[in-house]
Each structure stands twice: as structure tokens, then as C-alpha cells.
Design a protein around this ligand. Structure first.
Ligand code: ADP
Length: 541
């Protein structure tokens, strides 16, 4: 195939440099907020490319990052894949052992490390002798450890690396199946799984993000990228903004809701992407500080990675004029699978606001290029009637074919290209998919299934609740029974009888929890999802 016809990131990610020279990145790291115009983003990527080539970067090798969302991380996002190497953003919240276990497989020789994470970077260099270079993002912190460094390790300042080299003149031509990136799941249900993305899959995913009926993203937007760049390629937003010329605000490490709201106000953010726990915290901060922030320019936000409650979507709409676009995705699918704006078709645009809101509470339609279906235990197709639930299979343009390295769950990738997502879902006659639960989180009581997610979404909207999670407790008589863990707003109280009474309308008696455990806060995973592994372990002790 002629190179210019191949789906290569270099053909779309640098478009903003020409079409939106006045726009760019706003990067808010602790060493200073900087604005980097799109033409400069392009030039910095070329400089970094030259610096990496001077360090012997080879096509196909993995280049790790241990960093937060900032402009230097964006440099690596653009330069490494376009040179033909594989960008490997590492979850900064993993411990040393988890990180070095992944590095055993990926063997990154060059590691970009945020100045605030140098202790971990140096520990890794001591454990993983194949690391030859640490490129530090930002000036060294006063407390940077001075522990002995391997002789083979060179530490380079990122800006020095950029300044030392003449920018490369042109990006190489690659095959579109070349691997551009590699990310691991957050490990919500077990050992993290590593997935590789190609130029082809990432280009297609990025193009789909730019569709109007996805999230109405355009070059007129300013996007606050809250979702970490180490999680599922930052949901490809750096590339989508580079393609469209949208402004991109990078918040670095401090993601307290008050700071998020300051960034939204100060930089005229029009849209943003995060998990529901972040959006719930933002709502609580807005409640606690009426009138402090101006959200007039925020048109819609994307909530993905876990299920939002209806109350959260409604409150954003009614109290702040913001549409919540619900999204479902997985690391295994590059990662966005569905988006659920309030209305996409002409028919839906004419629906009553509350009917449209109900569409936002479900995960929604697969993006063009993807297909979803539901099957029973034998793998037979189930009807798309909006109520029948079954195992969710997904197939299409950016669904991975396998994990990058052996994993016990590798058998969920079918030879026919269908991935068993591990989720249980229903699909309606207009193609809208609703996640009912993760299969591993469903509770089997007296031979019948109870959806932990349905209970969480209902209880999560009680006014007393700050956060809640439902897990199954082993039970001699019923097999399992649902237990609610809840953290309450200050001064609130709640008992299990009240919970059961309020659920009376939507749940049968046997589906309702018979135990409520009040805790200070709901434990979250490194990507802000409910950490049910920890809650279940607590039940056993
Ligand atoms: P992990 O499985 O470790 O959390 P991922 O971040 O890849 O790793 O998570 C993908 C999973 O997250 C999905 O299979 C699904 O269970 C859950 N998920 C993602 N989006 C949603 C959503 N909108 N509603 C409910 N669950 C979701």
C-alpha cells in the first residue's frame, strides 16, 4: 500500500499545527503553567524524535512513561509512535513489584519519568538493568534521592534532550499495523492485562472520537483531559485534539475537584472526560461552594469507565446546564466503545427531556466500526429487546486480537474476532446497550442473579450517600447475599431498613441487601473505579 494511504498517526495527529496555530496545550505542572501552541507541539515532537534517535531508538522498541498529564508527556505521545517505536505509559499508582513485572515483559530501555516520581524511577532502574536512560520531566526536586545509580544509567533532562537536537525533517513511513502503544488494564478484577494498539486501530478510534454523534468534539472545544494518560492511551484525547485543533488542558497530578473546577473556569473549558467518581466529587464541591465557579462555557462532559447514576446526570443537566455523555469502553478496545449523548437521531431530538435523559443513563450505541451482541451461557445469540441480559461480545475495527503477553484471560478473544468483554448487558431494538454488571460482580442468591450495579446506581442517588458499593457475602443458605458498603455525607445517617424500604419499588425483597456497612470512604482503584477486591477481602476477615 502507498504510505500516504496507510492509517498512520503522523497523518492526523499533527494537523492542528497547521489549522489551529493559535490553539494548543495548557499544561499545569507544579514547576509552572505553560502554554504550548500546536505548531510548537509539532516542533517539540520533531526535536524529541531527533534526541531519541541519537540515543539509538529502534523501530518496535517500547518506550516507557511514568508521568502525569502534562506537555512533556504529550511530546512522548506524539514523537515515540510516529518514529515507529511503541509508547508504553505505565500506571503511576502501581507498586514497584507490579511495575517491574510489566517491565520484565516490555523491557523499556528509555523511561520518561516525572520529577515527582524519580524515587520510583530510580528504584526501577536498580531492579531492571535494561533501563539505560531516564528522561526526567521537569527540574529535579529538592528531595530527589541520591541513592547509588547503576553505571549503565544516564539521567537526562527532557528539555536538554529536546534542545540538543536539530528537529527531524520528516517522520518515517511505517506499516499501519505497527504497534504504536501499549497499556495495561487497571486491574479492577485481577492481574492487570497488557494490550497493544496499532497505528491503524488508534487512527480509527481517533477519527471516531471526532464524529458529531460521538461527543460533538470539534476544533472549537477546549478539552480538560482528566483521564490519566497512563490509562488506555488517555482515551486517545491527545490525538483527537491534535487532529481537530481543539485546545487541550493537561492538569498534571492534582485532581481535587476544587482544582478541576478552577481549571475549567480559568481556561474556558468546554468539555472534559473522567470517571463517574470524579464527576460526583465535582458535584459535591459545587454544592459546597455555590457561585464560586462559572460553568457557563461547559457544554457537555464525558463520564466513562464505570456507570454513572441517573441522579448525577440529572443534576448536571438541571443545576449546571451540562449534558453528561455516558461512555463505555475497555483497555482491550483502544478504549472507547460507546457514547450516549442525549439525542443522536432526529426522532430522539424531538423526545421529552426526561426521555432523552434515560438514554444517557445507558452506555449507548457502539461507535461506527464496532458491533455489540449478547449471548447466553452456550454462546447463542439473545434478542435485542432491551430487557434480556447476556454476556456482552464486541467486535470491530479497534478490538484487540489478544493480550500483548500471555494472560489467563487470553481465551476471551474469539478466533472470529469477537471479544467476550466480561460484562453482562442488554441491547434494545435501536442498538442501545446497557451494562447490567461485570459478570464477576453479579451476586448469585438462591440460584438467581442480582446485579450489584443496579443496586449501586439506585442507592448511590440517596441523599445521604457520598459513595457506595455492593458486593456478595458468601452465605450458607443462599450461596451469596448482597452487602452494601456506604460512605455518608457529613452528619447523615442511614440504616439497612431504610435502604430496603426505598428500594421496594424497583427490587424484589430477595434482591434487596440485608446488610449495610458504613465506612469512611469507598476504596478506589488506580483509575478511580470502585475497588471491590479490597471490599471483599474486608468481608472475609
Ligand atoms: P479494569 O477491568 O481493570 O477496570 P478497564 O479500565 O479496561 O480495566 O475497564 C473496562 C471495564 O470497565 C469494562 O469491561 C466494564 O466492566 C467497566 N466499564 C467501563 N465503562 C463502563 C460503563 N459506562 N458502565 C459500566 N461499566 C463500565
Amino acid at each position: 500500500m502507498v504510505p500516504s494511504r496507510r492509517l498512520l498517526l503522523k497523518h492526523l495527529a499533527f494537523r492542528a499545527g497547521t489549522i489551529a496555530p493559535l490553539g494548543g496545550l495548557i499544561s499545569t505542572a507544579p514547576d509552572g503553567t505553560v502554554e504550548v501552541g500546536w505548531p510548537e507541539v509539532v516542533m517539540r515532537a520533531r526535536r524529541l524524535a531527533a534526541g531519541l534517535l541519537a540515543r539509538g531508538l529502534r523501530a518496535g522498541e517500547r518506550v516507557g512513561t511514568l508521568a502525569f498529564n502534562d506537555h512533556r508527556h504529550a511530546d512522548a505521545y506524539f514523537a515515540v509512535p510516529c518514529l515507529g517505536a511503541t509508547l508504553h505509559p505505565i500506571n503511576v499508582r502501581w507498586n514497584l513489584q507490579e511495575t517491574s513485572t510489566v517491565l520484565e515483559h516490555t523491557r523499556d530501555r528509555i523511561l520518561f519519568v516525572d520529577a515527582g516520581l524519580m524515587t520510583r524511577g530510580l528504584e526501577l532502574a536498580a531492579t531492571c538493568p535494561w533501563i539505560e536512560y531516564i528522561v526526567r520531566f521537569g527540574p529535579p526536586l529538592d528531595d530527589e534521592p541520591d541513592n547509588p545509580r547503576p553505571d549503565t544509567l544516564e539521567i537526562i533532562d527532557h528539555e536538554t534532550l529536546l534542545d540538543a537536537a536539530e528537529p527531524i525533517a520528516a517522520w518515517p513511513d511505517l506499516e499501519e499495523d505497527a504497534l504504536m502503544g501499549m497499556c495495561s488494564t487497571s486491574g479492577t478484577t485481577g492481574i492487570p492485562k497488557t494490550v497493544a494498539y496499532s497505528h491503524r486501530t488508534t487512527c480509527l478510534q481517533t477519527m471516531a472520537l471526532g464524529l458529531t454523534d460521538c461527543m460533538r468534539l470539534s476544533g472549537r472545544d477546549t478539552v480538560l483531559a482528566i483521564v490519566p494518560m497512563f490509562h488506555a492511551l488517555g482515551w486517545c484525547f491527545p490525538y483527537a485534539c491534535g487532529m481537530l485543533g481543539a485546545g487541550l488542558v493537561l492538569p498534571h497530578r492534582d485532581l481535587r475537584p476544587e482544582r478541576i473546577l478552577d481549571l475549567i473556569t480559568d481556561h474556558g473549558v468546554t468539555t472534559s472526560v473522567a470517571v463517574p467518581t470524579v464527576w460526583n466529587a465535582v458535584l459535591a464541591a459545587l454544592d459546597a461552594n455555590p457561585g464560586r465557579w462559572n460553568l457557563d462555557h461547559v457544554d457537555r462532559v464525558v463520564s466513562g469507565g464505570a456507570a454513572p447514576t441517573e441522579g448525577m446526570i440529572r443534576r448536571f443537566r438541571d443545576e449546571h446546564g451540562v449534558e453528561v455523555i455516558h461512555s463505555w469502553g475497555m483497555t482491550e478496545i483502544n478504549p472507547v466503545g460507546t457514547m450516549s449523548p442525549a439525542a443522536t437521531t432526529r426522532e430522539e431530538a424531538g423526545f421529552e427531556p426526561d426521555r432523552r435523559l434515560r438514554h444517557q443513563t445507558v452506555a449507548g450505541r457502539p461507535l461506527p466500526g464496532l458491533a455489540v451482541e449478547i449471548v447466553d451461557e452456550e454462546g447463542l445469540p439473545l434478542p435485542h429487546d432491551g430487557t434480556t441480559t447476556g454476556r456482552l461480545l464486541v467486535s470491530g475495527w479497534w478490538v484487540a486480537e489478544d493480550y500483548a503477553f500471555d494472560h489467563p484471560d487470553g481465551d476471551r478473544f474469539g478466533p472470529d474476532g469477537r471479544l467476550d468483554t466480561g460484562d453482562v448487558a442488554s441491547i434494545d431494538d435501536r442498538g442501545r446497550m446497557a451494562i447490567r454488571d461485570r459478570a464477576k460482580d453479579m451476586i448469585k442468591s438462591g440460584g438467581e442473579w442480582i446485579s450489584s450495579l443496579a443496586l449501586e446506581r439506585a442507592i448511590g442517588d440517596f441523599p445521604e450517600i457520598e459513595g457506595c458499593a455492593v458486593v456478595g457475602r458468601p452465605d450458607d443458605r443462599w450461596g451469596e447475599r448482597p452487602v452494601v458498603f456506604a460512605s455518608l455525607h457529613e452528619g447523615a445517617s442511614l440504616d439497612v431498613e431504610t435502604v430496603r424500604d426505598r428500594l421496594d419499588h424497583d427490587f424484589e425483597s430477595w434482591q434487596r441487601p440485608d446488610e449495610l456497612l458504613i465506612i469512611d470512604s469507598i476504596p478506589l482503584t488506580s483509575t478511580g473505579k470502585i475497588d471491590k477486591k479490597t471490599l471483599r477481602a474486608g468481608l472475609r476477615t
